[in-house]
Write a protein that binds this ligand. Structure first.
Ligand SMILES: NC(=O)c1ccc[n+]([C@@H]2O[C@H](COP(=O)([O-])OP(=O)(O)OC[C@H]3O[C@@H](n4cnc5c(N)ncnc54)[C@H](O)[C@@H]3O)[C@@H](O)[C@H]2O)c1
Length: 324
Protein backbone atom coordinates (compact mmCIF):
# COMPACT_ATOMS: atom_id res chain seq x y z
CA UNK A 1 0.00 0.00 0.00
CA UNK A 2 1.10 3.57 -0.60
CA UNK A 3 4.41 4.58 -2.09
CA UNK A 4 6.82 5.39 0.73
CA UNK A 5 8.50 2.01 0.62
CA UNK A 6 9.16 2.14 -3.14
CA UNK A 7 12.92 2.30 -3.74
CA UNK A 8 14.89 3.65 -6.68
CA UNK A 9 18.65 3.94 -7.18
CA UNK A 10 20.04 6.48 -4.72
CA UNK A 11 21.11 8.86 -7.50
CA UNK A 12 17.92 8.47 -9.59
CA UNK A 13 16.97 11.62 -11.47
CA UNK A 14 13.29 12.36 -12.18
CA UNK A 15 12.07 14.95 -14.65
CA UNK A 16 8.65 16.31 -13.75
CA UNK A 17 7.15 18.40 -16.53
CA UNK A 18 4.40 20.71 -15.36
CA UNK A 19 6.09 20.54 -11.96
CA UNK A 20 4.90 24.01 -11.00
CA UNK A 21 1.28 22.95 -11.35
CA UNK A 22 -1.04 21.09 -9.01
CA UNK A 23 -0.17 17.44 -9.68
CA UNK A 24 3.41 18.12 -10.76
CA UNK A 25 4.32 20.07 -7.62
CA UNK A 26 2.95 17.25 -5.48
CA UNK A 27 5.08 14.76 -7.41
CA UNK A 28 8.17 16.96 -6.94
CA UNK A 29 7.47 17.20 -3.21
CA UNK A 30 6.99 13.45 -2.73
CA UNK A 31 10.18 12.59 -4.63
CA UNK A 32 12.24 15.21 -2.78
CA UNK A 33 10.90 13.90 0.54
CA UNK A 34 12.07 10.44 -0.50
CA UNK A 35 15.55 11.87 -1.16
CA UNK A 36 15.67 11.69 -4.97
CA UNK A 37 16.84 14.27 -7.48
CA UNK A 38 14.11 16.20 -9.22
CA UNK A 39 14.26 18.43 -12.27
CA UNK A 40 11.15 20.44 -12.97
CA UNK A 41 10.31 21.80 -16.43
CA UNK A 42 7.46 24.31 -16.58
CA UNK A 43 6.64 27.47 -18.50
CA UNK A 44 4.56 28.85 -15.61
CA UNK A 45 1.54 29.36 -17.86
CA UNK A 46 -1.00 27.85 -15.46
CA UNK A 47 1.61 26.80 -12.88
CA UNK A 48 2.90 29.09 -10.17
CA UNK A 49 6.28 30.47 -9.18
CA UNK A 50 5.45 29.83 -5.53
CA UNK A 51 5.28 26.09 -6.27
CA UNK A 52 8.87 26.39 -7.47
CA UNK A 53 9.95 28.56 -4.53
CA UNK A 54 8.70 25.85 -2.14
CA UNK A 55 11.60 23.59 -3.15
CA UNK A 56 14.27 25.98 -4.42
CA UNK A 57 16.38 25.67 -1.26
CA UNK A 58 16.56 21.88 -1.69
CA UNK A 59 19.90 20.93 -3.33
CA UNK A 60 18.19 17.99 -5.06
CA UNK A 61 15.79 20.28 -6.94
CA UNK A 62 16.43 22.19 -10.15
CA UNK A 63 13.98 24.24 -12.14
CA UNK A 64 14.03 24.91 -15.88
CA UNK A 65 11.65 27.61 -17.00
CA UNK A 66 10.86 26.41 -20.49
CA UNK A 67 8.22 25.31 -22.94
CA UNK A 68 7.50 21.77 -24.14
CA UNK A 69 6.56 23.19 -27.54
CA UNK A 70 10.29 23.78 -28.03
CA UNK A 71 12.09 20.50 -28.85
CA UNK A 72 15.56 21.70 -27.84
CA UNK A 73 14.24 22.62 -24.36
CA UNK A 74 12.81 19.10 -24.02
CA UNK A 75 16.12 17.58 -25.17
CA UNK A 76 18.05 19.62 -22.61
CA UNK A 77 15.57 18.75 -19.85
CA UNK A 78 15.83 14.99 -20.55
CA UNK A 79 19.64 14.85 -20.31
CA UNK A 80 20.76 12.12 -17.85
CA UNK A 81 17.17 11.61 -16.69
CA UNK A 82 16.05 8.16 -15.49
CA UNK A 83 12.29 8.71 -15.25
CA UNK A 84 10.05 11.26 -16.93
CA UNK A 85 6.75 12.11 -15.21
CA UNK A 86 5.12 14.19 -17.93
CA UNK A 87 2.32 16.33 -16.51
CA UNK A 88 2.68 19.54 -18.53
CA UNK A 89 -0.46 20.26 -20.52
CA UNK A 90 -3.39 22.58 -20.66
CA UNK A 91 -6.35 21.18 -18.77
CA UNK A 92 -10.08 22.00 -18.84
CA UNK A 93 -12.67 20.67 -21.25
CA UNK A 94 -14.57 23.98 -21.71
CA UNK A 95 -11.40 26.00 -22.33
CA UNK A 96 -10.29 23.50 -25.01
CA UNK A 97 -13.60 24.06 -26.81
CA UNK A 98 -12.76 27.77 -26.91
CA UNK A 99 -9.17 27.38 -28.12
CA UNK A 100 -8.61 24.03 -29.88
CA UNK A 101 -5.51 25.09 -31.83
CA UNK A 102 -3.58 25.94 -28.71
CA UNK A 103 -4.51 22.59 -27.13
CA UNK A 104 -3.23 20.75 -30.16
CA UNK A 105 0.09 22.59 -30.00
CA UNK A 106 0.78 22.12 -26.28
CA UNK A 107 -0.89 18.83 -25.46
CA UNK A 108 -0.12 16.86 -28.62
CA UNK A 109 2.98 18.45 -30.15
CA UNK A 110 4.48 19.22 -26.72
CA UNK A 111 3.95 15.64 -25.55
CA UNK A 112 5.42 14.28 -28.77
CA UNK A 113 8.50 16.46 -28.21
CA UNK A 114 8.82 15.05 -24.71
CA UNK A 115 8.55 11.45 -25.97
CA UNK A 116 11.11 12.09 -28.68
CA UNK A 117 13.50 13.74 -26.21
CA UNK A 118 13.00 10.85 -23.76
CA UNK A 119 13.75 8.33 -26.51
CA UNK A 120 16.89 10.12 -27.72
CA UNK A 121 18.14 10.45 -24.14
CA UNK A 122 17.45 6.77 -23.34
CA UNK A 123 15.27 7.43 -20.29
CA UNK A 124 14.14 4.28 -18.47
CA UNK A 125 10.43 5.05 -18.21
CA UNK A 126 8.11 7.67 -19.66
CA UNK A 127 5.01 8.12 -17.51
CA UNK A 128 2.46 10.64 -18.79
CA UNK A 129 -0.84 12.16 -17.71
CA UNK A 130 -3.82 11.07 -19.77
CA UNK A 131 -7.41 11.65 -18.70
CA UNK A 132 -10.76 9.99 -18.07
CA UNK A 133 -12.11 12.28 -20.81
CA UNK A 134 -10.82 9.77 -23.41
CA UNK A 135 -13.93 7.68 -22.60
CA UNK A 136 -16.05 10.34 -24.31
CA UNK A 137 -19.72 9.41 -24.58
CA UNK A 138 -19.31 5.68 -23.90
CA UNK A 139 -22.26 5.07 -21.56
CA UNK A 140 -21.13 1.97 -19.69
CA UNK A 141 -20.02 2.21 -16.05
CA UNK A 142 -17.50 1.57 -14.71
CA UNK A 143 -15.17 2.94 -17.39
CA UNK A 144 -12.88 0.16 -18.54
CA UNK A 145 -9.77 0.42 -20.69
CA UNK A 146 -10.62 -0.69 -24.23
CA UNK A 147 -14.23 0.58 -24.13
CA UNK A 148 -13.94 4.17 -25.32
CA UNK A 149 -16.71 6.14 -27.05
CA UNK A 150 -16.85 9.25 -29.24
CA UNK A 151 -14.78 12.13 -27.94
CA UNK A 152 -16.58 15.22 -26.67
CA UNK A 153 -13.84 17.87 -26.65
CA UNK A 154 -10.52 18.91 -28.18
CA UNK A 155 -8.94 18.28 -24.77
CA UNK A 156 -10.04 14.64 -24.84
CA UNK A 157 -8.75 14.31 -28.38
CA UNK A 158 -5.30 15.57 -27.34
CA UNK A 159 -5.11 12.96 -24.61
CA UNK A 160 -6.20 10.18 -26.94
CA UNK A 161 -3.61 11.30 -29.50
CA UNK A 162 -0.95 11.23 -26.77
CA UNK A 163 -1.93 7.67 -25.93
CA UNK A 164 -1.65 6.63 -29.58
CA UNK A 165 1.82 8.19 -29.89
CA UNK A 166 2.87 6.53 -26.65
CA UNK A 167 1.72 3.17 -28.00
CA UNK A 168 3.76 3.76 -31.16
CA UNK A 169 6.84 4.91 -29.27
CA UNK A 170 6.72 1.67 -27.34
CA UNK A 171 6.21 -0.50 -30.43
CA UNK A 172 8.59 1.28 -32.79
CA UNK A 173 11.31 2.56 -30.48
CA UNK A 174 10.99 0.40 -27.38
CA UNK A 175 10.39 3.39 -25.12
CA UNK A 176 8.56 2.18 -21.99
CA UNK A 177 5.52 4.48 -21.92
CA UNK A 178 2.70 4.28 -19.37
CA UNK A 179 -0.42 6.45 -19.70
CA UNK A 180 -2.27 7.35 -16.54
CA UNK A 181 -5.91 8.22 -17.12
CA UNK A 182 -6.56 10.45 -14.14
CA UNK A 183 -10.13 10.81 -12.90
CA UNK A 184 -10.95 14.20 -11.28
CA UNK A 185 -7.90 14.63 -9.11
CA UNK A 186 -8.12 16.89 -6.04
CA UNK A 187 -5.97 17.96 -3.12
CA UNK A 188 -3.52 20.55 -1.81
CA UNK A 189 -2.28 23.29 -4.16
CA UNK A 190 -5.00 22.79 -6.79
CA UNK A 191 -5.91 26.22 -8.13
CA UNK A 192 -9.28 27.45 -6.79
CA UNK A 193 -9.36 30.55 -9.00
CA UNK A 194 -10.67 31.39 -12.45
CA UNK A 195 -13.45 30.26 -14.74
CA UNK A 196 -11.78 26.91 -15.41
CA UNK A 197 -11.00 25.90 -11.83
CA UNK A 198 -11.83 22.36 -10.73
CA UNK A 199 -14.96 21.95 -8.69
CA UNK A 200 -13.55 20.98 -5.26
CA UNK A 201 -11.08 23.86 -4.73
CA UNK A 202 -13.46 26.32 -6.37
CA UNK A 203 -16.39 25.39 -4.09
CA UNK A 204 -14.17 25.27 -1.00
CA UNK A 205 -12.90 28.76 -1.60
CA UNK A 206 -16.39 30.16 -2.14
CA UNK A 207 -17.79 28.38 0.90
CA UNK A 208 -14.91 29.55 3.08
CA UNK A 209 -15.78 33.11 1.96
CA UNK A 210 -19.51 32.50 2.65
CA UNK A 211 -20.35 32.79 -1.04
CA UNK A 212 -22.79 30.57 -2.99
CA UNK A 213 -21.17 28.19 -5.52
CA UNK A 214 -22.90 27.46 -8.85
CA UNK A 215 -23.55 23.84 -9.74
CA UNK A 216 -23.80 23.30 -13.51
CA UNK A 217 -26.84 21.11 -14.20
CA UNK A 218 -28.90 19.40 -11.52
CA UNK A 219 -26.04 18.16 -9.35
CA UNK A 220 -26.95 14.57 -10.14
CA UNK A 221 -23.80 14.11 -12.24
CA UNK A 222 -21.24 11.84 -10.60
CA UNK A 223 -17.47 11.59 -10.60
CA UNK A 224 -14.75 9.29 -9.31
CA UNK A 225 -12.94 11.99 -7.31
CA UNK A 226 -9.35 10.91 -6.76
CA UNK A 227 -7.12 12.20 -4.00
CA UNK A 228 -3.65 13.42 -4.98
CA UNK A 229 -1.85 10.84 -2.83
CA UNK A 230 -3.30 8.07 -5.00
CA UNK A 231 -2.00 9.81 -8.13
CA UNK A 232 1.50 10.05 -6.65
CA UNK A 233 1.37 6.36 -5.86
CA UNK A 234 0.31 5.54 -9.43
CA UNK A 235 3.19 7.53 -10.92
CA UNK A 236 5.80 5.89 -8.73
CA UNK A 237 4.37 2.42 -9.24
CA UNK A 238 4.42 3.00 -13.00
CA UNK A 239 8.14 3.85 -12.75
CA UNK A 240 8.60 0.39 -11.27
CA UNK A 241 6.27 -1.42 -13.66
CA UNK A 242 7.57 -4.21 -15.89
CA UNK A 243 8.43 -3.66 -19.56
CA UNK A 244 5.48 -5.91 -20.52
CA UNK A 245 3.05 -3.43 -18.95
CA UNK A 246 4.31 -0.55 -21.15
CA UNK A 247 2.63 0.87 -24.27
CA UNK A 248 -0.72 0.98 -22.50
CA UNK A 249 -2.99 3.34 -20.59
CA UNK A 250 -4.43 2.77 -17.12
CA UNK A 251 -7.36 4.16 -15.17
CA UNK A 252 -6.10 6.00 -12.11
CA UNK A 253 -8.87 6.71 -9.64
CA UNK A 254 -10.12 5.40 -6.33
CA UNK A 255 -12.91 3.42 -7.96
CA UNK A 256 -15.82 5.14 -6.20
CA UNK A 257 -18.52 7.55 -7.35
CA UNK A 258 -19.83 10.72 -5.74
CA UNK A 259 -22.79 12.80 -6.90
CA UNK A 260 -21.86 16.45 -7.14
CA UNK A 261 -24.74 17.50 -4.92
CA UNK A 262 -23.65 15.06 -2.20
CA UNK A 263 -20.07 16.26 -2.49
CA UNK A 264 -21.37 19.80 -2.06
CA UNK A 265 -23.24 19.05 1.15
CA UNK A 266 -20.32 17.00 2.52
CA UNK A 267 -18.08 20.03 2.07
CA UNK A 268 -20.66 22.22 3.83
CA UNK A 269 -20.83 19.75 6.69
CA UNK A 270 -17.05 19.53 7.19
CA UNK A 271 -16.83 23.33 7.07
CA UNK A 272 -19.87 23.79 9.33
CA UNK A 273 -21.60 26.01 6.72
CA UNK A 274 -25.28 26.21 5.81
CA UNK A 275 -25.22 27.69 2.30
CA UNK A 276 -27.44 26.58 -0.57
CA UNK A 277 -25.88 26.32 -4.04
CA UNK A 278 -27.09 28.14 -7.16
CA UNK A 279 -28.02 25.85 -10.07
CA UNK A 280 -26.75 26.98 -13.49
CA UNK A 281 -26.91 25.61 -17.05
CA UNK A 282 -25.27 22.30 -17.90
CA UNK A 283 -21.80 22.59 -19.49
CA UNK A 284 -21.10 21.45 -23.05
CA UNK A 285 -18.60 18.59 -23.35
CA UNK A 286 -19.28 17.30 -19.84
CA UNK A 287 -20.25 13.69 -19.31
CA UNK A 288 -23.00 12.76 -16.88
CA UNK A 289 -21.32 9.99 -14.90
CA UNK A 290 -17.81 8.79 -14.42
CA UNK A 291 -16.50 5.92 -12.39
CA UNK A 292 -13.37 3.88 -13.01
CA UNK A 293 -12.63 0.21 -13.07
CA UNK A 294 -9.11 0.24 -11.61
CA UNK A 295 -8.46 -3.48 -11.80
CA UNK A 296 -5.99 -3.17 -14.69
CA UNK A 297 -3.77 -0.73 -12.78
CA UNK A 298 -4.01 -2.95 -9.71
CA UNK A 299 -3.01 -6.01 -11.67
CA UNK A 300 -0.25 -4.64 -13.90
CA UNK A 301 1.12 -1.67 -11.94
CA UNK A 302 0.49 -2.92 -8.40
CA UNK A 303 -1.59 0.23 -7.76
CA UNK A 304 -3.63 -0.01 -4.54
CA UNK A 305 -4.99 3.44 -3.68
CA UNK A 306 -4.93 4.17 0.04
CA UNK A 307 -7.10 7.25 0.18
CA UNK A 308 -10.84 6.90 -0.25
CA UNK A 309 -12.85 9.99 -1.11
CA UNK A 310 -13.83 10.93 2.49
CA UNK A 311 -10.29 10.68 3.82
CA UNK A 312 -8.94 12.71 0.91
CA UNK A 313 -11.67 15.35 1.22
CA UNK A 314 -10.96 15.85 4.92
CA UNK A 315 -7.25 16.35 4.24
CA UNK A 316 -7.97 18.70 1.35
CA UNK A 317 -10.42 20.79 3.41
CA UNK A 318 -7.85 21.05 6.22
CA UNK A 319 -5.24 22.27 3.77
CA UNK A 320 -7.49 24.90 2.16
CA UNK A 321 -8.63 26.13 5.57
CA UNK A 322 -5.03 26.84 6.50
CA UNK A 323 -3.76 28.04 3.13
CA UNK A 324 -6.48 30.11 1.49
N1 LIG B 1 -6.37 17.71 -12.28
C1 LIG B 1 -7.10 16.74 -12.81
O1 LIG B 1 -8.16 16.38 -12.30
C2 LIG B 1 -6.65 16.04 -14.06
C3 LIG B 1 -7.49 15.06 -14.61
C4 LIG B 1 -7.07 14.40 -15.76
C5 LIG B 1 -5.85 14.69 -16.32
N2 LIG B 1 -5.07 15.68 -15.79
C6 LIG B 1 -3.78 15.96 -16.43
O2 LIG B 1 -2.77 15.99 -15.43
C7 LIG B 1 -1.75 16.91 -15.80
C8 LIG B 1 -1.51 17.91 -14.68
O3 LIG B 1 -2.71 18.60 -14.42
P1 LIG B 1 -2.87 19.64 -13.23
O4 LIG B 1 -4.25 19.50 -12.73
O5 LIG B 1 -1.74 19.55 -12.31
O6 LIG B 1 -2.83 21.01 -14.06
P2 LIG B 1 -1.98 22.35 -13.79
O7 LIG B 1 -2.50 23.36 -14.76
O8 LIG B 1 -1.98 22.69 -12.35
O9 LIG B 1 -0.52 21.90 -14.20
C9 LIG B 1 -0.06 21.87 -15.54
C10 LIG B 1 1.32 22.48 -15.55
O10 LIG B 1 1.85 22.41 -16.88
C11 LIG B 1 2.49 23.64 -17.17
N3 LIG B 1 2.49 23.85 -18.62
C12 LIG B 1 1.41 24.08 -19.42
N4 LIG B 1 1.81 24.25 -20.69
C13 LIG B 1 3.16 24.10 -20.70
C14 LIG B 1 4.15 24.18 -21.71
N5 LIG B 1 3.83 24.45 -22.99
N6 LIG B 1 5.45 23.97 -21.38
C15 LIG B 1 5.80 23.71 -20.08
N7 LIG B 1 4.91 23.66 -19.09
C16 LIG B 1 3.60 23.84 -19.38
C17 LIG B 1 1.68 24.69 -16.44
O11 LIG B 1 2.38 25.91 -16.22
C18 LIG B 1 1.33 23.96 -15.15
O12 LIG B 1 2.28 24.18 -14.15
C19 LIG B 1 -2.21 17.54 -17.11
O13 LIG B 1 -1.62 16.81 -18.16
C20 LIG B 1 -3.72 17.31 -17.10
O14 LIG B 1 -4.25 17.28 -18.40
C21 LIG B 1 -5.44 16.35 -14.67
Amino acid sequence: MGYNNIKFAEDALFLVTGGAGFIGSNLCEALLNMGYQVRCLDNLSTGRQEHVDLFSSNANYTFIKGDITDLSTCMEACKDVDYVLHQAAWGSVPRSIEMPLYYEEVNIRGTLHMMEAARQNHVKKFIYASSSSVYGDHPVLPKTEGQEGNLLSPYALTKRADEEYAKLYFKLYNLDTYGLRYFNVFGRRQDPNGAYAAVIPKFLKLLLNDERPTIHGDGRQSRDFTYIENVIEANLKACKAPHEAAGQAYNIAFGGREYLIDLYYQMCEILGKKIDPVFGPKRTGDIKHSNADISKAKRLLGYHPEYDFERGLKEAVDWYRKNL
